[in-house]
Write a protein that binds this ligand. Sequence first.
Ligand code: GLY
Length: 353
Amino acid sequence: MISSLPITLGSIYPNLQSWIAGRNPSKVLVVSDINTNKYCLPLIREALPPNTIHFVLEPGIDQHLEQVKTLDTAERVWTIMHQHAIDRHGLVLNLGGGVVTDLGGFCAAVYKRGIPYASVPTSLLAMTDAAIGGKTGVDFLGLKNMLGVVVQPEHVFVDPIFLQTLPPRELVSGYAEMVKHALLGERELLDSITSMGPPLRAEPPAMFKTLTLSIQTKISIVQADPMEKGLRQLLNFGHTIGHALESWFLQSPDPLTHGEAVAIGLIAESYLARSTQLQWLNTILGASFQHRNIPEWSFEALWANALHDKKNKQGTVQMAVPGKNPFELQMLATERRDFEKALRYYNNLANTR
Ligand code: GLY
């Protein structure tokens, strides 16, 4: 355990096995995707009791999992839970990245008004962010995480061994969230990230230290404000623009990963906030993420997406950015003109790389 939130960081054995045995669930539903089912399930199979059933998420038509993080898929999970008569003493065990932990957590949180769930995050993004803090949900009408609830998992098992199963593009996706955590005010994490790159190198000792510091940052914010009444909104830094981009690019032949969208969002929002870390950010992220041009003709649709952001008030786009002091929240009320200026600033970085 690395804090009072139930998270184990380190080898999955024997922790998962003894934890499940201790809970003695009536049934276990493992929610995975086709990759984690193939590459990660073998690493936990022996920990699973005989009364385990499986739901394996298949990617959408363009091979992207985010495209199936929908109510339709949740309905399929609930149908399986019903068909196998899972009761409130059952357990949903998520084995995957952020899509799986969001979807599986949501299905557990809503089924029979809530059954327990635990997560084994397998991507860097899920380890450092998505699986921690209890946010669950699905996308709706093409917008990210429009439906969901905050329900804490019973336990999260973070084992960096799963990082070895990740394709490089997925590994680097989680890097953006660690960089975000560093910018919120955790100096040791910032130094640790600086010493790891750029570009990101995921050698085990350095990665383990950075991951631990990043998770600790996330935990301390979630503990201070679990229901996102104030401070937790800081974790949304980079996400107003990031989510608008991610939703829009989902329709394109080459969608952005969540981390790629957040990396652009961090740069654009830091520009708007006149952050003193902007240069550092451009260097760190520029070396690890490929530059993606955001076409001018998409700006109107991107602004429309940003107007749906959950932080907004009375039709204004509100961005959560770090204040002057560590772990200080600053809300930036943003107009369309500035939003577009920030996107142009990002586009122009291509000329400086
Ligand atoms: N991923 C942002 C949060 O958990 O609040």
